[in-house]
Design a protein around this ligand. Structure first.
Ligand code: SAM
Ligand code: SF4
Length: 350
């Protein structure tokens, strides 16, 4: 076999083909994969899901072994950061076996980070085990510290469970970042106290703008709070110094002088963060989305199931990357009653 110059046999993947790094048409290098391992969840957050959701039939889901194979195909192609999300990743039955098997890529050095985004409800049960598989940092989504408000936002959630989950993660030595969605008239007055709480416990915090994904039975305009306003309000009480901190995600960080902690802002609506996009997503049915904010998708389940070799999957991934768009075009508009995209965040993963 003739190898491209500079390719050693060690660099050959399971198909015997030299893996290609994933570079999109805008010269962005794609090294971050987010995997929605289930569309189901034990909460029904008002901005994410409607109260009565219909979920995918279980028969459509990739098995945990197939998810492992698909994730590993992306690792072969140069993905170095893998985040499992959902729905709620920790409610998928047997999910620990997927973390366990994927941790071999941490051991080999191919993956730099294996992590998850969770609502925290099952963390007290799984934190220690997650740590043993090399999960060092996680994101926990939490929009309020008020138990009644928490119940109203999540419809079904119990704040105490999440708090003991966060305790368990920190006790296990996992670094926790708190993700807060800014919700107009709901938690806007609480964001300052939440920053103090998170930083007081040694956790970074990130504030996220509501994105128009999926019909949730509420008008987005009622929920949407531009982070420019949030930041301006926080700046009346705290000193926010811009810092050059990068986690491989789209957040822009400041250091809050009074607490000494880091605060991130994710602003898909008021500031387009697409120029530096380094990620793609796959769903639990093996559909690949090249952009969270566009409909275009690629089916990876068919090539995955068509052959035991990964050659077809690798080719499908390469083709899909060539279709990665320049950016999203989310708009929250009074005249537009429908969501910008019909699929919910829980399908593609946040
Ligand atoms: N269930 C897990 C959780 O809540 O962390 C993981 C999946 S959830 C879809 C991932 C993140 O997306 C959460 O931080 C959630 O707050 C956020 N999210 C969900 N719907 C959103 C929306 N419409 N706009 C902005 N963020 C959203
Ligand atoms: Fe579930 Fe997370 Fe969506 Fe809330 S944001 S409903 S916890 S998937």
């Amino acid at each position: 076999m003739t190898l491209p110059m500079g390719t050693s046999t060690l660099e050959l993947d399971r198909t015997g083909v030299a893996p290609r790094a994933l570079i999109d048409p805008f010269a962005r290098s794609i090294n971050y994969l987010r995997v929605s391992v289930t569309d189901r969840c034990d909460f029904r957050c008002v901005y994410c899901m409607s109260e009565h959701m219909s979920f995918l039939p279980k028969a459509d889901l990739l098995s945990l072994e197939e998810l492992d194979r698909l994730c590993s195909a992306f690792v072969d192609k140069g993905v170095t950061k893998l985040r499992l999300t959902g729905g709620e990743p920790l409610v998928r039955r047997g999910i620990m076996t997927l973390f366990a098997s994927l941790s071999r890529h941490l051991d080999s050095g191919a993956l730099k980070e294996l992590t998850l985004t969770t609502n925290g409800s099952q963390l007290d049960k799984y934190a220690k085990e997650l740590k043993s598989y090399g999960i060092d940092r996680i994101n926990v989504s939490l929009d309020t510290l008020d138990a009644d408000k928490f119940r109203a936002i999540t419809r079904w959630g119990d704040l105490n469970k999440v708090m003991s989950g966060i305790d368990a993660a920190q006790a296990a030595g996992i670094k926790v970042k708190i993700n807060v969605v800014a919700l107009k008239g709901v938690n806007e007055d609480e964001l300052g106290p939440m920053v103090e709480w998170a930083h007081g416990r040694g956790m970074d915090m990130t504030i996220i703008e509501v994105m128009p994904l999926g019909d949730v039975g509420e008008t987005r305009l009622d929920q949407y709070l531009p982070l420019s306003m949030v930041r301006a309000r926080l700046a009346t009480k705290y000193t926010l110094d811009d810092i050059d901190y990068q986690t491989g995600g789209p957040a822009r960080y400041v250091r809050v002088k009074e607490t000494g902690g880091r605060l991130g802002f994710i602003t898909p609506m008021t500031h387009n963060f697409c120029e530096t996009c380094n990620r793609v997503r796959i769903t639990c049915t093996g559909t690949m989305y090249m952009c969270l904010g566009q409909e275009d998708a690629a089916d990876l389940r068919t090539p995955l199931r068509a052959s035991e070799s990964d050659a077809l999957v690798h080719a499908a991934i390469d083709d899909a990357i060539l279709r990665k768009p320049k950016g999203h075009d989310f708009v929250i508009d009074r005249r537009q009653k429908r969501p910008a995209l019909s699929r919910h965040m829980s399908v593609t993963g946040g």
